[in-house]
Write a new protein. Structure first.
Length: 331
């Protein structure tokens, strides 16, 4: 789907930070060198970007990715995207849905994370009361409009849990861990990179075991940037797709890059990468089931409010060897 919007001046484009092309709006057409902002960049979302940089998958297409810039995710990332003249982001899909509802249109040009593996909810190991999703009464998510907020509604529904749940926005993953350690909540998201370094947490809800497909994050830009810079957008999407293929065929190298990046033991990184591959965690294409689950979760979080989202997707940037299938309601 091809769409064109006349954006108000100063709206900005997305969360890739220019590092070599000057950074002003006049340089937008030649924006081929930038840092990439990725939600929760120390977690599994970063691995395709690490691989693409290491293997030169972006550079051979004329785009240089510099640093991976951490961002808190959810609405925070969207606000950062729209605060300046910056082009592309790997951002939570539910945040993109919310931005569209708020009248700030974005274009989804590629998938990225299509499962919720690694986005799991933990209790303190010392808390023997909380063993199952039906035991949770105080549930921490990260930010409003985030995937974790949607999951705090979706997972109890899928599990058939009917107890009253008090949901708390922690403001970030680290802050959620602090609430957990203080005993203020029963469960919170604890990142795999943290779990790999300690035994103080115990998994209560493995999200990917409840939801097999879920469009957790997407590669997005503004319609204006996509129209002005189609080659740059396609180069980023193609580079990401090649990175995903490489991870599947070379998990040991991907794990080493990740272990070095977040400073965890190579064995722990290898286990995370192997499980991510099992859950088909990354994908540049559009997966109808994954998108549908995420939209359903968001509608649940919005108390069933009608949600228009089909026009967000632009399929023309996808490689020919990946899926471009959208949910049936978008046909």
């Amino acid at each position: 789907m091809k769409r064109t919007y006349a954006l108000a001046a100063g709206t900005g484009a997305a969360a890739l930070v220019l590092s070599a092309c000057g950074g002003g709006a006049g340089d937008e057409a030649s924006a081929t060198s930038f840092d990439i902002a990725v939600s929760n960049a120390t977690e599994l979302y970063s691995i395709p970007w690490l691989v693409g940089k290491d293997q030169g998958f972006f550079e051979k297409r004329g785009v240089t990715i510099g640093d991976i810039v951490p961002s808190k995710g959810g609405g925070t990332t969207i606000r950062n995207m729209l605060s300046g003249d910056l082009p592309i982001a790997d951002v939570g899909f539910t945040s993109v849905l919310e931005s569209g509802e708020a009248g700030m249109p974005l274009s989804v040009v590629s998938g990225s994370t299509q499962s919720v593996y690694g986005l799991d909810f933990y209790a303190l190991d010392s808390n023997k009361r909380v063993r199952d999703v039906k035991d949770i009464h105080r549930w921490a998510y990260t930010n409003p409009q985030s995937v974790t907020q949607a999951l705090s509604f979706m997972l109890p529904e899928v599990a058939g849990a009917t107890q009253k749940i008090e949901r708390t926005s922690s403001g970030g993953v680290g802050e959620g861990v602090a609430l957990l350690e203080a005993g203020d909540v029963d469960v919170a998201v604890v990142p795999p990179s943290v779990v790999a370094k300690t035994d103080k947490f115990r998994m209560v809800v493995s999200s990917a075991d409840y939801l097999k497909k879920f469009q957790q994050s997407v590669i997005t830009t503004t319609p204006e940037f996509a129209e002005r810079n189609p080659d740059t957008v396609k180069a980023v999407v193609d580079g990401y797709a090649e990175s995903v293929r490489y991870i599947r065929n070379n998990p040991d190298r991907a794990a080493k890059l990740y272990a070095d990046y977040v400073d965890i033991e190579p064995e722990s990184a290898k286990s995370l990468v192997d499980k991510a591959i099992t859950y088909d965690n990354w994908g540049a294409g559009f997966n109808a089931e994954a998108i549908g689950q995420a939209v359903k979760a968001q509608r649940t979080a919005m108390d069933g409010k009608k949600l228009e989202y089909c026009d967000l997707f632009q399929t023309e940037f996808l490689p020919k060897d990946v899926s471009s299938t959208l949910p049936a309601e978008c046909e």
